[in-house]
Design a protein around this ligand. Structure first.
Ligand SMILES: CC(C)(COP(=O)(O)OP(=O)(O)OC[C@H]1O[C@@H](n2cnc3c(N)ncnc32)[C@H](O)[C@@H]1O)[C@@H](O)C(=O)NCCC(=O)NCCS
Ligand SMILES: Nc1ncnc2c1ncn2[C@@H]1O[C@H](COP(=O)(O)OP(=O)(O)OP(=O)(O)O)[C@@H](O)[C@H]1O
Length: 204
């Protein structure tokens, strides 16, 4: 099975692009969803986070207070690095298990991940698709969606690759600077290309 990595910075439109692929029936593994699963109540990683940062990072119902942890880790890189060292290996293993479950069932599957190129997750994929967006629009869309200040969004962007670095690593680019309809059309064209790549791989 061909594994296609879909990446882009915060608020670039990965979810919008994933939805367009899902409408075409393609299976999607979303690293942000996996990252949430691994810190559900009862998970060992959540206990380690509470031990390290203090019980104050837990809500009364025992769930992670994500907004609080977000503030902590994007203020201070050593905190982010500690969290990444804990979570990234666990996230990677879960992604591999999910990919395994699609083997033999699908022509290709999508791994959507904001940190595909920043982590060794890119080693799991055969083709890299980057959702490209101008930084000013990225900051505007993200801060409108999350109710964050542009400053907060820029701090998260600083922990990610730059637009140019990401684009340089792309096998295919999706331009999300205009409408959702335009993005969907690009996804439909790319889907054809990916299906033919998958067919070539199968015949080889
Ligand atoms: C810090 C946390 C609790 C904040 O949670 P919150 O619900 O506010 O955000 P969410 O998880 O939906 O992430 C939103 C976006 O933030 C960016 N982001 C998240 N973690 C990171 C990181 N370690 N480095 C750079 N950007 C990141 C991504 O663009 C992501 O799409 C959470 O992001 C987290 O646990 N991060 C560490 C795990 C991780 O690296 N996840 C990224 C997918 S592998
Ligand atoms: N072409 C578009 N036109 C207008 N708004 C858009 C477009 N694409 C995405 N958006 C909006 O921009 C915001 C960010 O998009 P989306 O959630 O798909 O990004 P993402 O890359 O998945 O973000 P994150 O990395 O934070 O998970 C959302 O509010 C979404 O509705």
């Amino acid at each position: 099975m061909l594994v296609v990595g879909l990446t882009g910075g915060i608020g670039s439109g990965k979810s919008a692009a994933s939805e367009a692929f899902a409408k075409l029936g393609r299976p999607i593994i979303d690293a942000d969803v996996v990252a949430r699963e691994v810190v559900e109540p009862g998970e060992e990683a959540l206990a380690k986070i509470a031990e390290h940062f203090g019980e104050a990072v837990l809500q009364d119902d025992g769930h992670l207070n994500r907004a609080m942890l977000r503030d902590i880790v994007f203020q201070e890189s050593k905190h982010r690095e500690w969290l990444e060292q804990l979570l990234h290996p666990i996230i990677r293993t879960r992604i591999m298990d999910k990919l395994e479950s699609y083997q033999g069932q699908e022509a290709y599957a999508i791994l959507a991940s904001p940190l595909l190129l920043e982590t060794d997750q890119h080693k799991l994929v055969d083709h890299i698709v980057v959702v490209d967006i101008e930084e000013a629009l990225q900051i505007k869309r993200t801060s409108e969606r999350d109710g964050n200040t542009p400053d907060q969004v820029e701090r998260i962007m600083a922990a990610q690759l730059s637009r140019a670095e990401r684009a340089a690593k792309a096998d295919s680019l999706l331009d999300n600077n205009t409408t959702r309809e335009a993005l969907e059309q690009q996804v439909a064209t790319l889907d054809k290309k990916l299906r033919s790549l998958a067919a070539e791989e199968y015949q080889a």
